[in-house]
Design a protein around this ligand. Structure first.
Ligand code: SAH
Length: 253
């Protein structure tokens, strides 16, 4: 791997656009180690959680490339560095035992990584729970079967620590709220207040949101990080520009 990063370290947003060609690997371990070496993943817990999920179970065409891949139904599995960033922004709230909502779960890859982060050691009572929501039932089925490809993924589903649900993620999922962390994997038109309501205090929401566009000009999408602090106060921060598929109405079948 060519280590341009030793000489020149562009800002993270630019790096995310330019690193794909040398952050890829020929195995899952190589991919994750390479992302770590160039600082696209910085957190050891995130690295371990990603090492524990083989992307070949979720992105069969080019599993170890640091780029988004089509998964059918107009959806894509996000690039691995984006999954890493999402986990790192949420990491303080991804402790063993935490409840997490993954909206726009698509392939199910990130849902599995999030489950690894909130699962305590065997025998501990802190086993956590992750709900993956997608509005396309075929993708929900795909996520379930992808996760069933590994013994550990099957156990997480069989024990109810991971659940995939077909629903409109813009409404969150009240049944298992409040959530320590909510991840949204598709760009919302607005910062849906119901998602903030479903956060625990403290809790954090990571969500791509479309910017207001002027006529004929797209405003672009930005990740917003929304913190509900222990006292219930809400703090919002716009952190970096991204390109996600939109959070939409379900297609008519
Ligand atoms: N995190 C996923 C991203 C999949 S792409 C992955 O990396 O595999 C975004 C997903 O959002 C698609 O699967 C799409 O079906 C889903 N989606 C779009 N609008 C939605 C909505 N309103 N409710 C739930 N899921 C939605």
């Amino acid at each position: 791997m060519f280590r341009l990063s030793r000489i020149f370290k562009p800002p993270r947003q630019i790096r995310t656009l330019t690193m794909a060609w040398y952050c890829s690997g020929s195995t899952n371990t190589e991919l994750v180690e390479n992302l770590f070496k160039v600082d696209l993943i910085k957190n050891e817990r995130v690295k371990e959680a990603m090492l524990g999920v083989d992307r070949a179970h979720y992105a069969p065409s080019r599993p170890y490339s640091d780029s988004p891949q089509p998964i059918g139904h107009g959806a894509t599995i996000s690039a691995p560095h984006m999954h890493g960033h999402a986990c790192e922004y949420l990491i303080e709230h991804l402790q063993p035992g935490a409840h997490v909502l993954d909206i726009g779960s698509g392939s199910g890859y990130l849902t599995h990584v999030l489950a690894n982060l909130v699962t305590g050691p065997p025998g501990s009572s802190e086993q956590g729970k992750v709900i993956g929501i997608d509005h396309i039932s075929e993708l929900v089925e795909l996520a379930r079967s992808n996760m069933n490809k590994s013994k550990q993924g099957r156990e997480l589903q069989d024990s109810g620590h991971v659940k995939f649900i077909t629903a409109d993620g813009r409404l969150g999922w009240k049944e298992d709220a409040p959530y320590d962390a909510i991840h949204v994997g598709a760009a919302a038109e607005t910062l849906h207040p119901v998602l903030i309501e479903q956060l625990r205090a403290p809790g954090r929401l990571f969500i791509p949101v479309e910017s207001d566009a002027s006529p004929g000009v797209s405003g672009g999408q930005y990740i917003w990080v929304v913190d509900k602090r222990a006292d219930g106060s809400v703090h919002k921060e716009k952190v970096f520009q991204v390109s996600y598929v939109p959070l939409t109405n379900a297609p008519r079948s």
